[in-house]
Design a protein around this ligand. Sequence first.
Ligand code: SF4
Length: 219
Amino acid sequence: MNLRFDCARCRVKRCLEGRMESLPENCPMRLLPDLASLLAKKYLEEENGRLFRAAASVEREGYLKWPRLREILELARRLGVRRVGIAFCIGLSEEAEMVSKVFEEWGFQTVSVCCKCGAVDKAEAGLGREVRFREDFDPACNPILQAELLNRAETELNVLLGLCVGHDALFYKYSKAPVTTLAAKDRVTGHNPLAALHTAYLRRLLSPHRSGEASPQAP
Ligand code: SF4
């Protein structure tokens, strides 16, 4: 079965109303009708349920009231976490220090690891000259090491602060503790990635070839 779900373009959003009639053709609820009930049982398993219930409780209490940092503090509190990991971009070191201080003021232990930890040169990590910024030592970001160090420090919840696109994906992949994202790094928009959708830049994104935005290697 070629599953091309397309909730992004759905105009009816029947799932929001709990209605199962007149579902769009490629609606997941039409194509795989039993899967939602089957997987709902996963939230009843203790490992998932704790996180799921804590998330719901934070959402209910803090919606439109708390900034994301407060929401993460509340999540950690509701999870009964003692030790929080912070995986951060070295360019956000000041913010990492502030975040660490806030968590400690709230009674948590923090363990933080910066992206350049390990001091591995890009060449050692298999990266070529075309992605170097410097000819001499040019440290690679090291999200796998960040995750592994936090695994060894036995953090119970990891907070991601501004890792690069793709490095964040590797961190999520290797972290044993659940990961929540405090900030998605976006230096062009003040770390507000959705600004690209709400500014004139959108026109460039929607016609990438005409505007010269698409790189020659892009598919
Ligand atoms: S689940 Fe179905 S009804 Fe809900 S947004 Fe997706 S396509 Fe629309």
